[in-house]
Design a protein around this ligand. Structure first.
Ligand code: EPU
Length: 427
């Protein structure tokens, strides 16, 4: 197991190119199950989650090529299995996105229930409700979700997929994929509007799916007999881009993220401006700059929300930034009220944070100090690395395999921006 050793205190300076979005590439890879024709995906990031899903698909019988220059070819021409076991699903919850495609293509799927995760229960009831609306019988059996389409196949219908915490991103994706091959028309109300859902929809359209309303809460999908092969380039990762912008901001440096879509980051840009940073933008880049040398951000509240609100996947990074603010900021987590595992670790670095349920009160401090901290999930790990960049002395971030799930070569990119960070084997 690896750790990252960070010696803080250097202002970052430079530019970093953003990779393809993790949360789009995973369902897009799963969409290869919907056709016996090849699917070529470009802009595939080199992440452990991509390798894990590749292994899940390969186990199911999909031919999964190597990723070469960010291009991955998948082909499901041979016999396809319908079961994804616990071994894979426990490594990555995202593997539940094979459910919809398997059900649509084979009429049956048996996929391990993902179970809870470090930031809460994370149910998948909405996915199952959607499959049932399409006529599938769904039951839980020995820890597995078993879904079966009627012998006449899935049939379109109307279903509401909202939850008390906003619409479900992978729930929308799963049901959308299942509906592409159902008989008749499916209407998804309360659909998630995240850019990753749109990107998957565009890939499905390129494969021949009939989908209207992408980016809106009402999707209309007219089922087709079969889908074909396609080539698709994955959209840039807005969370990776946001993380590097906050890295620049927290160090009082100047960081430009290139190859991104500024419009996908408007909520973060808004918060950064509110906190006193200057932001410049071009068609496909954003740059953050401090007001002056040694600049500390103004305290700035944030509430996580579905797109286009501030993503929950940037909440931990924002908290790290506010730990250095000149006053008190309120952070409200509205998507995953328990997603605060980074909080005690930041406190170990000298941050002053109190939490009451979904609300965190962050009292900024001039000085954070290096410490041994433990990463507990992907975004929490990123927040600890960001805090370490500005902390006095050395921080060791343990269990960084979490970070490799969603950030391609993070330490190399940070070193290129001027950070003092190295990877080492943990004892
Ligand atoms: N929810 C339900 N029932 C469901 C599904 C979701 O109540 O059946 C609730 C969840 O508990 C949560 C809210 O709805 O409160 C939103 O959950 P959602 O289903 O949208 O989350 P997800 O699809 O499982 C994806 C990303 C997460 C990201 C969330 C929110 C992938 C693989 N994962 O998860 O990304 O935080 O959307 O935007 O796309 C990450 O990248 O670090 C990560 C965790």
């Amino acid at each position: 197991m690896d750790k990252l050793i960070v010696r803080g205190g250097r202002a970052l300076d430079g530019s970093v190119r953003i990779s393809g979005a993790k949360n789009a590439v995973l369902p897009i890879m799963a969409a290869a199950l919907l056709t016996d024709q090849p699917l070529t995906v470009r802009g595939v990031p080199a992440l452990s989650d991509v390798r894990t899903l590749g292994a899940v698909l390969s186990e199911l019988g999909v031919e999964v090529g190597p990723v070469e220059d960010g291009t991955l070819r998948l082909e499901s021409a041979g016999e396809i299995g319908h079961e994804a076991g616990w071994d894979f699903v426990r490594k990555m919850r995202g593997s539940v996105c094979v459910l919809g495609p398997l059900l649509a293509r084979l009429g049956q799927a048996r996929v391990s229930l993902p179970g809870g995760c470090v930031f809460g229960v994370r149910p998948i009831d909405v996915h199952l409700k959607g499959f049932e609306a399409l006529g599938a019988r769904v039951r839980i059996d020995h820890g597995y979700i078993v879904a079966e389409a009627p012998s006449s196949g899935l049939r379109g219908s109307e279903v509401f997929l909202g939850t008390a915490f906003g619409s479900s991103v992978t729930g929308t994706m799963n049901v959308m994929m299942a509906a592409t091959l159902a008989r008749g028309t499916t209407v998804i109300q309360g659909a998630a509007c995240e850019p990753e859902v749109i990107d998957l929809g565009r890939c499905l359209q390129a494969m021949g799916a009939q989908i209207d309303g992408l980016g809106s809460p009402r999707l209309e999908i007219s089922g087709v007999e079969r889908l074909g092969g396609a080539e698709h380039t994955v959209l840039p990762d807005r969370i990776e881009a946001g993380t590097y912008l906050v890295a620049g901001a927290i160090t009082g440096g100047r960081v430009r993220v290139t190859g991104c879509r500024p419009g996908d980051l408007s909520s973060l840009v808004d918060r950064l401006k509110q906190a006193g940073f200057a932001i410049e933008r071009g068609d496909d880049w954003l740059e953050v700059q401090p007001k002056h040398f040694g600049f500390r951000p103004s305290p700035t509240d944030c509430t996580t929300q579905p797109f286009p609100g501030l993503p929950t996947d940037l909440q931990a990074q924002w908290m790290a930034l506010m730990c250095r603010a000149t006053g008190v900021s309120l952070i409200t987590e509205r998507i995953y009220p328990d997603r605060y595992m980074h909080l005690p670790e930041l406190v170990r670095m000298g941050a002053r944070i109190r939490r009451q349920e979904a609300l965190a009160v962050v009292e900024g401090t001039e000085r954070l100090s290096g410490a041994h901290v433990t990463a507990s999930d992907l975004r929490a790990s990123a927040a600890l690395v960001l805090a370490a960049l500005v902390a006095d002395g050395e921080t060791q971030v343990h269990r960084v395999y979490h970070i490799d799930r969603g950030y391609e070569r993070i330490e190399e990119r940070l070193v290129a921006l001027g950070a003092d960070i190295e990877r080492a084997e943990d004892d």
